[in-house]
Design a protein around this ligand. Structure first.
Ligand SMILES: C[S@@+](CC[C@H](N)C(=O)[O-])C[C@H]1O[C@@H](n2cnc3c(N)ncnc32)[C@H](O)[C@@H]1O
Length: 477
């Protein structure tokens, strides 16, 4: 959406920022003062020039706005808005914009130079995305993850109470995945293969990505760029130098979203990509780091972590139903990586054994098999608060037993509605760790301004943890 700004304030940054944040492109500035406009990046015009500048809106930010508007009206032009009284209306109009924008700054001779980057959201992508899997890879992947799932199910009757699925997820999966459980009951691998090939759009990602409801809502929505922009704005400030194409969804699971500069994107990509960059900094000076995640959902964070760090071992511990989805996703994307799936074993797993693999994908109850302090970084996002308190206590004990360096988690601060939840303020203490950072979630759906489930991120470091890669952890810890 192209905008002409008419101002008698040589610093009209508030309006400029408003436009950028909501997808407006300032194409011209009419400066009514005799001082130069502070940010000379926008070409200056006069009121009489306005009709020949291609634009959709004129925004007026002047002391005597009614008088200026009456002058502009002498020329045939698009709709004119006095900025301050009409900010909400302008927000509504900017919803039609297909741009993502970020200002960039430089200093030259003590002067701030301002520019803007624009990314264009070309269209909504809801047509099917053909899978990259060959028929052979697909059937081999399904065979392997089906076997791993069955092995996990065999252990279920004897599971300690601590590892039983909590009330929320037990009821939710039972009620929302009829096709999955039916395919399993019938040992129907073809049906399973079909469900997994389309997991982004069906019941298999209910509770982790949006499932069928999320897909139907997206197809019906006219606001997809507004939502994407709210995530883009956070992401772009955090990792300004990353090309947006790096976030592109691989063609696995029939993803959908918005096409941006040739990349297929949805808001989830921005969170997972940013988290992967931030978390990678924590282990950048460790050789062959071992990273564990509890409850990885469909595996979005694991994808970026594994794609950008070829020397890590990444482990996911998850409920078998969701583990099947992330296993399918990661095995399909990374057919050449060395991946360990569950084989029914109960044997301990050492750090050295873990380091033989790129990815280790295990049911949640295998966590106690890890030997002490075998993990450099333990991650959990948007999950612990949804578990039973006994599960949370158990995992906190385990995290402390296995994690030699960092524990990062983002969980619910307040405002859980519609299901049982435990806020982070009642989580067990991490006696062996110091808190390095905590802050309310930066992501729109989880932030303090979200209408539901506000989250908080936490980064802990083990007390007296190794400070460099040469330090060895003693067995006496
Ligand atoms: C809302 S999803 C979050 C997925 C992902 N971490 C994210 O941030 O997008 C919750 C995840 O927690 C997992 N989960 C729920 N209860 C669990 C339990 N008792 N043990 C391990 N994982 C569990 C679910 O299977 C799912 O993967």
């Amino acid at each position: 959406m192209n905008i002409v700004l008419v101002t008698d304030k040589p610093r009209a940054n508030a309006v400029e920022y408003f436009c950028i944040a909501h997808g407006g492109r300032l194409v011209a500035l009419v400066n009514l003062t005799d001082q130069p406009y502070e940010n000379q990046h926008i070409t200056s015009y006069t009121i009489s020039d306005i009709p020949r500048i291609g634009h959709d809106l004129v925004i007026v930010d002047c002391h005597d706005a009614p008088f200026v508007i009456s002058q502009i009206k002498n020329y045939k032009t698009a709709e004119i808005y006095d900025y301050w009284p009409n900010r909400h209306k302008l927000l509504g109009l900017l919803k039609q914009s297909n741009l993502l924008c970020k200002r960039k700054f430089e200093v030259e001779n003590d002067r701030l130079l301002v520019g803007t980057e624009f990314y264009s959201c070309d269209h909504k992508v809801i047509e099917d995305i053909p899978s990259s899997n060959t028929d052979d890879l697909q059937s081999q992947t399904i065979d392997e993850i089906y076997e791993a799932y069955n092995q996990a199910c065999l252990k279920y009757p004897d599971l300690d109470e601590k590892y039983q699925t909590g009330e929320n997820w037990r009821n939710f999966m039972k009620g929302s995945r009829p096709n999955f459980y039916s395919a399993i009951q019938r040992s129907d691998k073809e049906a399973l293969s079909d469900l997994l090939s389309n997991f982004f759009r069906n019941e298999l990602t209910g509770g982790t990505f949006g499932g069928k409801e999320g897909y139907d809502g997206f197809c019906a929505s006219g606001n997809e760029v507004v939502e994407l922009r709210s995530y883009f704005n956070v992401w772009k400030q955090c990792v300004p130098d990353t090309p947006i194409q790096e976030l592109n969804n691989p063609p696995v699971g029939n993803p959908y979203g918005v096409s941006v500069e040739g990349a297929l994107l949805n808001s989830n990509n921005f969170c997972n990509h940013y988290r992967s960059i931030f978390l990678s900094r924590l282990f950048s000076d460790i050789d062959n780091p071992v990273i564990a995640e509890l409850g990885a959902g469909f595996g979005g964070l694991a994808y970026y972590l594994s794609k950008n760090n070829t020397d890590i071992t990444y482990i996911n511990f998850d409920l078998p139903e969701n583990l099947m989805v992330s296993s399918y996703y990661l095995k399909s994307i990374f057919p050449d990586k060395k991946i360990k799936l569950y084989d029914g074993s109960s044997a301990p797993i050492s750090r050295e054994e873990l380091q033989e693999y790129d990815l280790v994908l295990l049911p949640h109850f295998c966590l106690p098999r890890l030997t002490k302090l075998s993990i450099d970084l333990f991650i959990n996002t948007i999950s612990l608060s949804e578990m039973d308190f006994l599960n949370i206590e158990t995992y906190f004990e385990e995290v402390q037993r296995v994690t030699r360096q960092y524990f990062y988690h983002e969980n619910m601060l307040d405002n859980g509605a519609g299901y049982k939840y435990f806020p982070t303020s009642v989580f067990p203490e991490l006696a062996d760790y110091k808190l390095l950072m905590n802050a309310p979630s930066r992501w729109p759906a989880f932030s303090l301004s979200s209408p539901g489930h506000c989250h908080m991120e936490f980064l802990y470091q083990r007390n007296n943890g190794p400070t460099n890669k040469n330090t060895t952890i003693g067995d006496n810890l």
